[in-house]
Design a protein around this ligand. Structure first.
Ligand code: PLP
Length: 474
């Protein structure tokens, strides 16, 4: 064994145990992190991170509530929410306590004795989930939840083809990637992907035609796999009659309806599960992201007893070593408790309505030359820009104002705003003010202010040069 590994690991262990670093330690940590990303992770990542440029590096160190703090002590308002994992906020005390308490007794399960938290959590999910959803399989991620749900659907129906949506995102393992729609992610692996039909979202006629054509050719659809709101696809909200219609068509053609609530679930859109907005019962519900309370990686898929029958006789048809660990279950139980106790679904709806109204007012002067739309449900919000370049400039500008947002993976000209559901109205106002400032700057860069220009352009012209220089630096 190399001697340096012992020394290196010890030095990092010492670092982990520290809360505060002195200036030299901070500098060393930042420099080494950049080098390590370049040399051992993937230098490509650094090109995409707004937190990195030759003269500016933000390395994260602590987090709490709706904020996280970099090594230098700069605080950011988290409107990205880890792509939707921080619904109860960063390190919610109750979730943290549950995980710590569990850790004091036992971390992972024996795999042979019966682990009690798995059973309790499954029962709670059966109470919580819509309709007849009853049996749960626990996973470590959203991707694994989708992967397992697809296998269950193939098993239960004995059919093969799955229908998904153009703009849909479901993960990147071979099974879930099949369902993900974007060509750049799929093309290199096409020959290994499962058979899918991707059709336009929010269009019942096309769905019916597709189901009918598949039936005609004997390739009957096993399942229709959809996000209730397209997340990575740009926060696309369907008409109110869409999911009831999808349910009806699935029943008519004997296809299962799989709701991928990895991003929309756990209170995000103003209901515990988004599909409840339309009173629709899916056959399988997939969870991930916020399910572990922003503390543990945790996911699940839940189905009816009819569906689970094929694996009663052979539960080893689908297994996982870490899924549903005591730590993950403790985190998920605490997360559900917090969402109920603090009425976070209601809060998401109330804060979301206020936030969206303010976003709409803020972008009005910049529409349609810079911004196109502000939309959302609950605290799953989005801003759409005229092109990807403007979208990137706005997120970069907001980052400089210490607010984190991010693009969507499938539709890059849309940025998503998915803060913790606990974000305060004061924090919302800070975000709105920063957004207005950034949009003004971009507007001035695109259309230099002239004497007869409207007032909002004129008022910032004195700061404009300074701000432009700053934004170029960042
Ligand atoms: C993020 C996401 C996934 C994948 O989850 P991972 O935890 O990244 O594996 C699947 N489906 C949807 C809708 C998602 O937003």
């Amino acid at each position: 064994m190399k001697k340096t590994v012992l020394q290196d690991t010890q030095r990092i262990l010492d670092l982990i145990s520290k809360r505060d670093l002195d200036d030299d330690e901070k500098k060393q940590l930042i420099d080494e992190t950049v080098d390590n990303f370049n040399d051992y992770i993937n230098p490509g990542f650094l090109r995409y991170r707004k937190s990195f440029s030759p003269d500016y590096v933000a390395v994260e160190w602590t987090d709490s509530g709706s904020m996280f703090t970099c090594v230098k002590g700069i605080e950011y308002i988290d409107c990205l929410g880890g792509y939707g994992i921080y619904n109860v906020g960063h390190r919610h005390p109750k979730v943290l306590k549950a995980v710590k308490d569990q850790l004091q007794r036992q971390a992972l399960h024996s795999q042979e004795l019966l682990d009690p938290l798995r059973g309790y959590l499954a029962k709670i999910l059966a109470e919580l989930a819509p309709g007849n959803l009853k049996y749960t399989f626990f996973t470590n991620s959203g991707t694994e939840s989708v992967e397992g749900a697809l296998k269950m659907a193939l098993l239960a129906t004995g059919r093969r083809v799955v229908i998904g949506a153009v703009g849909g995102f479901h993960g990147k393992s071979l099974g879930s990637l099949s369902a993900t729609s974007k060509a750049v992610f799929r093309k290199p692996f096409l020959s290994s992907l499962h058979e899918m039909r991707h059709i336009p979202f929010n269009d019942l006629d096309v769905l019916e035609q597709t189901l009918a054509c598949l039936k005609f050719t004997g390739d009957d659809a096993a399942a229709v796999l959809l996000e209730p709101i397209l997340g990575e696809g740009g926060i696309i909200i369907p008409n109110d009659d869409y999911f009831p219609g999808v349910r009806r068509l699935c029943d008519k053609y004997g296809a299962l309806l799989i709701a991928d609530e990895v991003q929309t679930g756990m209170g995000r859109t103003g209901k515990m599960f988004c599909i409840e907005h339309w009173n629709v019962e899916p056959d399988i519900l997939c969870l991930g992201k916020a399910f572990g309370g922003g503390i543990m990686p945790a996911g699940a898929f839940i189905g009816s007893d009819k569906l689970w029958k094929p694996i009663f006789n052979n539960p080893f048809l689908h297994t996982t070593t870490f899924g549903g660990s005591p730590l993950a279950c403790a985190a998920a139980i605490a997360t559900i408790n917090v969402i109920c106790e603090e009425r976070l679904s209601d809060l998401a709806r109330i804060t979301g309505d206020i936030f969206l109204a303010k976003l709409k007012t803020t972008i009005k002067p910049y529409t349609p030359h810079i911004t196109l739309d502000a939309r959302g449900k609950g605290l799953m919000l989005a801003l759409e820009f005229v092109d990807t370049d403007i979208g990137f400039r706005v997120s970069k500008g907001l980052f400089r104002e210490r607010i984190l947002v991010a693009g969507t993976l499938v539709n890059a000209k849309t940025i998503r705003i998915e803060p913790p559901l606990t974000i305060t109205l004061e924090q919302v106002d800070i975000v709105i003010m920063a957004l207005d400032k950034v949009l003004k700057e971009i507007s001035n860069e695109i259309r230099p202010p002239s004497s007869n220009n409207d007032s909002h352009v004129r008022t910032t012209s004195s700061n404009n040069v300074k701000q432009t220089v700053l934004s170029q630096q960042l």
